[in-house]
Design a protein around this ligand. Structure first.
Ligand SMILES: C[S@@+](CC[C@H](N)C(=O)[O-])C[C@H]1O[C@@H](n2cnc3c(N)ncnc32)[C@H](O)[C@@H]1O
Length: 556
């Protein structure tokens, strides 16, 4: 396997193995989605690895009865790693030879050893490859490297920012630069297809690009392949994004969504749907997501998306305590009787996770934090203002099979596996007056249905969802009367105590009625959401939370 290149050197060796190279079945499906590839089209892979996309394109071009040389002229790859580039040339030459029954030297395959991101402009990129701009279409394909910003060196980050100042604010992953650059290369009539990680659908760093794709009607199709284990042994959940040039189709009003399936070993599109662009304009985070195919589920989701009040209007959601330096947690978190700076801490033990917060409830494991703000600031690890924790708040778990939240008016300090939702007391809203009702709403199956779809890009291994502030603010709230909020708050207070399972179920069902009413779901929509939840593995596992290890029973 090729050596890591200078972008990848800082990632784990495992990630550097060929596991990320795209399987030929997916390449074939993507290339065939471009329709007939013509003899004057040019296929470009800006990060071609061992050449899987270009080999797939070569096989297609061979169907046009072109000579090996003519085929080779229609293909251009860039690869920063010379070993991978050489493998690509051999592989593509081999494919051409097999398809044409005539040989071609690997040296004639146009794979440039170099950094494609050095060329924000298409003409310069093609000049670097010694190729003239095509008279037909430019088809940009590939699976750009997914390297997190924190693994890129400062020098690389700086030069990327300088070359692509408008790509995206903050510190984006490398794949976003590839997408940004490639979108800039497209001319009218050209197309792009990139295999991307599902987090593109939701990541804050990808906001600008999503917004641009939606606003300028450049997004043509999205394929969901996250469930297929296409990159075995890795934690990559891929989607495929298809885009076109600016102003190519200003009247376009919908995006094609497709689900891939793996029937008897062959990859195929099993379901497709056309979804109006407007659907993706209804969240502040401009997330992209799979819309359910079933009409009643679709209208339920539309109704929720139409809700004008969002969680961010009622809660100021904040990050909590992080110990980003080794050894600090051990020094500042204790299970001994407290000294005068100590505060009760949730998520405190090593690898404690967030099991102290279940749906509706907090069960403190007994950790304390020595809240030495000044000392920790001196050590370069600032803590939030303690007032963040003393005010009544909604505690929200950042990871889980479902959204888990509980009300805290006991002033727990929270570790960063938990988010603090501070009530916006200045807002005149029944859910602010009855904050426990917010907990009922967040823990409900209707809201889980929403999160599973709209926050789909937050899915990680085993179906866990990641709930980040940047998308939780978009969560719809519905419309609440004082009476409904009071009733749900009472149910939640009861659910925060030990109750027999049957009684819990009854109380939860009552909450569901209010929640579905707050969104104005029809009885049919409500019923179908209920059926959906019955078959959703995460919802079924909603109460299966690994309990925290208790350190001691301490009087509080
Ligand atoms: C995820 S692999 C995908 C390869 C191929 N497109 C595929 O789908 O099988 C990404 C490749 O990009 C290469 N790469 C990383 N940075 C690059 C850059 N700036 N220019 C060109 N290639 C780059 C890596 O060496 C790696 O081989």
């Amino acid at each position: 396997m090729p050596e890591p290149n200078h972008y990848q050197r800082r990632t784990s060796p495992r990630k550097l193995r060929g596991e990320y190279y795209t399987p030929p079945e997916l390449v074939e499906l993507i290339i065939s989605s471009f329709g007939t590839v013509k003899a004057n089209d040019l296929i470009l892979d800006p990060a071609c690895g061992d050449g899987s996309f270009l080999a797939g394109a070569a096989a297609r071009l061979a169907g046009l009865r072109l000579s090996p040389e003519e085929i080779a002229k229609r293909l251009v790859g860039f690869e920063i790693n010379p070993d991978a580039a050489a493998l690509a040339q051999e592989r593509i030459a081999g494919t051409i030879e097999r398809s044409c029954d005539a040989g071609i030297s690997p040296a004639k395959i146009q794979v440039v050893v170099g950094d494609s991101l050095e060329y924000p402009k298409l003409d310069r990129l093609l000049r670097a490859a010694g190729v003239a701009p095509p008279t037909g279409r430019l088809l940009v394909v590939g699976n750009p490297p997914y390297v997190e910003a924190k693994r890129l060196s400062q020098a690389v980050k700086k030069s990327l920012k300088a070359r692509y100042p408008d790509a995206t604010p903050g510190a984006p992953d490398l794949y976003l630069y590839f997408l940004h650059a490639a979108l800039g290369w497209l001319r009218k009539g050209d197309s792009l297809a990139f295999v991307l990680p599902n987090k593109f659908l939701i990541a804050k760093s990808a906001f600008n690009i999503r917004n641009h794709l939606i606003e300028r009607r450049r997004l043509r199709d999205l394929w969901f392949a996250t469930h297929l284990d296409l990159f075995p042994g890795t934690s990559v959940y891929p989607i495929v994004l298809f885009a076109e040039a600016i102003e190519q189709n200003p009247e376009r009003d919908s995006v094609g969504l497709s689900w891939l399936g793996n029937d008897e070993g062959s990859l195929e599109i099993v379901n497709s749907l056309s979804v109006p662009y407007e659907t993706f304009e209804k969240t502040q985070s401009r997330c992209l997501f799979p819309v359910p195919a079933r009409p009643a589920l679709r209208s339920a989701l539309d109704r929720m998306l139409a809700s004008p009040t969002r969680l961010g209007d009622l809660l100021d959601i904040r990050w909590t305590v992080s110990f980003h330096r080794a050894g600090l947690r051990e020094r500042y978190v204790t299970d001994h009787p407290p000294d005068r700076y100590a505060k009760r801490f949730l998520g405190g033990g090593p690898f404690a996770g967030n099991g102290e917060v279940t749906r509706y409830r907090i069960a403190w494991a007994g950790h304390w934090i020595l809240y030495g703000q000044e000392e920790l600031r001196r050590l370069g690890n600032p803590l939030p203002d303690p007032e963040l924790f003393t005010r009544p708040k909604i505690v929200i778990c950042q990871n889980g099979r479902t959204l888990r939240a509980a009300y805290d008016d006991a002033g727990f300090v929270l570790k960063d596996t938990l988010l603090a939702g501070l009530l916006r007391d200045e807002v005149d809203h029944p859910l602010i007056r009855h904050p426990q009702a917010l907990v009922g709403l967040l823990c409900s199956r209707t809201v889980h249905f929403f999160c599973s779809h709209v926050f789909f890009g937050g899915h990680v291994g085993g179906g866990y969802l990641h709930f980040l502030r940047s998308f939780l603010i978009d969560l719809p709230i519905g419309q609440w009367s004082e009476e409904a909020a009071r009733a749900v708050a009472a149910e939640v207070s009861a659910l925060a105590t030990d109750l027999p399972a049957e009684e819990r179920a009854l109380r939860e069902e009552r909450i569901e009625r209010y929640v579905s009413g707050s969104f104005g779901l029809t009885p049919e929509e409500d019923e179908v959401v209920g059926f959906w939840a019955k078959s959703d593995r995460n919802w079924q596992a909603r109460d299966r939370v690994r309990p925290p290890r208790r350190v001691r029973v301490t009087a509080t």
